[in-house]
Design a protein. Structure first.
Length: 219
């Protein structure tokens, strides 16, 4: 017997796969999607199927003599690699005005790692697929792209990743990036790692000010 894990839902394709309308496909506590595990017999026929969240440890009870020794990278091992969170930038930098549109964007970097497992060279790639923004004032936003610099942006211009603060104060902005994983053993084909790694960024602070108009009499 053997098993296989795969993603039924992939960030960015939830509506295509109807993930949000299937009760079993509700997000896990860390906002990633459940992994589907199938147990197969020697002929490759599925004899059992169930779903579990990446932070769970599903038991796989099989006779020892029927286990197949195969190198696999599961989601727990994938999450232990030093995946870096996206770097954040804003325009204006570090400040904004009340009711203005502060433009934010994040980096988008595929990260690579190499391990030696059971005498084999295993390459791992972490590929960003979703950015979950937290603007520090209770507002949030989810995007399947990181945004980009907008040189001609002004506080009057709204962008897909901008945010308008309705109060003054200092706000901590951060983004959690979801990464999907792939691995390759000894230069072989790339294989998907079921599940995603949710990696928070280093936050940045934004001071939001208000503007005041004054009438000045000419002498």
């Amino acid at each position: 017997m053997k098993y296989r894990d795969f993603d039924t839902c992939v960030p960015g394709r939830e509506s295509v796969n109807s993930c949000n309308s299937i009760p079993q496909q509700n997000r896990c506590d860390d906002q990633t999607f459940p992994i589907t595990r199938q147990i197969l017999d020697e002929d490759g026929v599925v004899i059992r199927q169930y779903r579990y969240c990446p932070n769970e440890r599903p038991e796989l009870i099989l006779p020892n003599e029927q286990l197949i020794n195969e190198i696999k990278i599961d989601i727990e091992r994938f999450r232990r690699y030093p995946i870096k969170g996206s770097a954040l930038k804003s325009d204006p930098q570090k400040f904004s005005l009340k009711n203005g549109h502060t433009h934010f964007w994040a980096s988008e970097e595929v990260q690579s790692f190499t391990s030696n497992l059971s005498g084999s060279t295993v390459r791992i790639r972490a590929i960003p697929v979703q950015w979950n923004w937290d603007y520090g004032d209770g507002a949030s936003k989810t995007r399947d792209f990181p945004g980009e610099a907008a040189p001609n942006h002004t506080l009057r211009d709204e962008t897909p990743t901008s945010h308008s603060y309705s109060d003054t104060g200092t706000f901590q902005v951060e983004v959690t990036t979801l990464y999907r994983g792939e691995f390759s053993v000894d230069g072989g084909a790339w294989q998907a790692i079921p599940g995603q790694a949710a990696v928070p960024s280093e936050p940045i602070e934004i001071d939001v000010w208000r503007t005041e108009k004054e009438l000045i009499a000419n002498e």
